[in-house]
Design a protein around this ligand. Sequence first.
Ligand code: NAD
Length: 516
Amino acid sequence: MRDAIASPALFVRLTDDVVASGAEAVPVLTPSTGEVLHELPQSSADDVRDAVARARLAQLAWARAGFAERRRVLLAAHDLILERRDLLLDLVQLESGKTRGQAFEEVYQAAGVTRYNALAARHVLGGRRARSGVPTVTTTRVRYRPKGVAGIITPWNYALSLAAMDVIPALAAGCAVVQKADDQGALTILALRRAFIDAGVPEALWAVVAGPSAEVGEALTDEVDYICFTGSTATGRKIGEKAGRRLVGASLELGGKNALLVLDDVDPEHAAASAAHAAFSAMGQLCVSIERMYVDHKVAAPFQRALVGHLREAKLGSALEYDADYGSLASAAQLERVEAHLADAVAKGATVLVGGRHRPDLGPWFFEPTVLTGVTPDMTAYAEETFGAIACLYLVNSDDEAVLAANASDYGLNASVFTRSPSRARRIADALDAGSVNINEGYRGSFSAVAAPMGGIKQSGVGRRNGEMGLLRFVDPVTISSTTGLMQLPRTAAEYTTKVELMVLLARALKAVRRR
Ligand code: NAD
């Protein structure tokens, strides 16, 4: 096994960039061994306020720098992400316990998001003319004004790509960022930030704070002009309430209980291999990964056989090379959660089709990818997000039954359908309650489509990241109208008396020429 490029000296250099004035630091453990990886400095509420104040100043110059300069810097950062990929891959793996392949998905995503936002920002936010209400008498333009300082709160599971999907569009739009990193993920975020600083982003424009949510997270949501939150639905609801009280905008990217539908015309081997990846990539600790599989009874036997065979043969590990198929859970808390969902389901009558075992021989938090059948509504794993290592498999008798079952959830983040028929796939995609639907793939089609909106419906979130909507979050449109001087708009009773009929005529003419 190759050694990590990342060393304790590098960890210290990176964590020096956390805005933290005190001496307090907490140990962060690595999932591959459960040992201390590094000590992370902890910020205070005052540190957050300082970071926001400095970001506010830096933002003024960054907004004035203009689209071309920001694009130049962001494209340089794009190249640095790819050049430094081995370091980023090591850090993602060391902090999360993922395989290298799954870590690479994050690096690829971060580069894609950077490229998209660098190249799209001027087109989306460069301002535009709008139709005026009284043609030739007034003209109208819309200008997009950066909101100021965006507060970005990210979880531990996809530290690199989730940070990129919120931070980079904020920077491209001319905003500054103060980011609260989860302790387990901070090194990865700091290394990503370093690439952007080395590319020309001013230090104060992207500040990273770390520390207890109750102090640091709360202080951040009290100070900033816009909040991007990625995490659980319970925390998202609290943050949404606070944003509402402060009357600042928020995008909330929350949990999921994502369904995968296997129709009766699939190649069972192919569908099973893809379903396994969709459910157990990052060991299921991914918001868009699959936790429910609805399989048509006509293909259920070969599909289950193939799924069990694939998962039994899969290699588990967290070596820093492309070696294992599935990795470790990220923490003792995650292991506890998975074991609790499994024990509850089995005690109430569910059957373990494959997996179901803790594997301390591989590392403290390794757990076999587990598929359950016979899961019923009284079991926790039925409707609650497990967020790790467990998928529940149900048999269905028709496409309609599969769609109804998939939609019977409080969540609506991602869904997936496997079929050889493009028309059936499209019909089902239209009927599913989800913010994204992937056909013959689990989640990677929509996740990597960074030019298209990503987000959830129902309890899975509010707002969208990625694409034009992802950029528009960070600006306030300003409508600027001016008079042309060709005609005076009526002001007095006498002026209305002479001009009203003319304006009625104008309104009729505008409708006749279908002018909106
Ligand atoms: P979490 O809600 O516990 O924490 C997320 C982040 O919020 C952490 O950095 C945490 O420190 C911070 N936080 C917690 N309370 C806070 C508060 N009161 N104020 C400010 N910040 C606070 O979630 P988690 O367990 O770390 O992450 C897993 C969850 O995230 C799962 O539900 C998963 O589905 C969801 N998720 C969603 C997406 C998405 O794009 N929709 C992506 C990844 C993860």
